[in-house]
Design a protein around this ligand. Sequence first.
Ligand SMILES: [Zn+2]
Length: 314
Amino acid sequence: MLNDKELPTTLQKAIKFFSDDLTCIKFIASRRWVDGKAICPKCGETNNTFMESRKVWQCKNKECKKQFSVKVGTIFEDSPIGLDKWLTAVWLIVNAKNGISSYEIHRSIGVTQKTAWFMLHRIRLAMQSGSLEKLSGNVECDETFIGGLAKNMHKWKREQKIKGRGSVGKTAVFGALERKGRVLAKVIQKTDKKTLHAEVKEKVESGSNLFTDEWASYRGLDASYIHEVINHGIEYVRGHIHTNGIENFWALLKRTLKGTYVSVEPFHLERYLAEQTYRFNERKGNDKERFLGVIKAVSGKRLTYDELRGYQTS
Ligand SMILES: [Zn+2]
């Protein structure tokens, strides 16, 4: 079992620490399985033998005898890329405030840009929060629109006609931010009353103080919330009534998307949101804590190349 205190705290130490294959295996095993005891993915057997030469476990159940690696059932599954590179890539992305492009990963760890792109999408999947806990206290809600490349416009127009505020060809995103707390963000199909009311109710505890702008779709939430509205046609702040927190988050998101990722297809936007919200929500932690938070979530998630193929690779 690896002790928490032995784990690296900086990128330089992480690269050194994870340069050893067996250390990587021991590390991931200790994070995904109780006491690092491997569980057979086929039959659930917990008594298995680690074969050091092949770096795989052999299931002890005579009916099964499956051999499996530490990558099985994780975002690393079926990837020929070594765990030393995977773990370095995770470290880089969770701690890069403005994100990191597949080109940077390609150059930094020595994989092709296409492989780096695929790795980043899998890591983003692990960054996706499974938390269903609602926000409470003072919560700001807002929507924004993410634009894309002109060459994709025809496809977007066909697939993502957005009714209401905003323009056709962009993807709408809803966000809720608890002041001094977490942010939740999600791609939405429309910005109408039905959609926004459903999002607010799903993400914000009833009885909370709710702050929005004057957009008509937010009207009628008074029954469940103490709803305060800031009219952006007139002013941006009135005492504690404003949506500056969520707007700062949008600014950060857009800077990352424009500066680092250049072009993002609507199909992939949900995962970029996961990446940005993860870093935001873990902002009080240090680099090691952010890294371990993602490693904890690598199991039970898979994204195959087929699921990603057919979409732009940037
Ligand atoms: Zn088995």
